[in-house]
Design a protein around this ligand. Sequence first.
Ligand code: MG
Length: 155
Amino acid sequence: MRIGSGWDLHRLVPGRALVIGGVDIPSPLGEEAHSDGDVLLHALIDAILGAHAKGDIGSHFPPDDMKWKDADSKALLKAVLEDCPTSFVNIDCTIVLQRPKLREHVDSIRASLAQLLDIDVQLVSVKAKTAEHCLAELGSGEAISASVTILTSTP
Ligand code: MG
């Protein structure tokens, strides 16, 4: 068994899509980023890299590399999984977003992650919280963060 953890945060700005776990969430604000800014997939990628002790997302996809400009984070995840074949025992995710409320989107996000990782949706936990109007930009709805923990089994 190996464990991996990842965390990410993005500022939220007008004129950008809010993409979480590969799902487009209706919102007037979206993640500011070099790529599409999918905060949950970025945390997941770091968790996978962590379980394999293979650095972090920034070392694999440098933000100053124009190749990854506006990249679909699903493609980044696919590249990491090719480099780090992973047998998932389960994954547990927490998203912190003040607004919009994510409750009605949680099952779509779980299904998307299960499909992207080719695992049963029952192995995928997604929890959504607000920042209770605390924590500066997270609490004012001007940022989003996500953390992911994974457990993997090695053959
Ligand atoms: Mg990121």
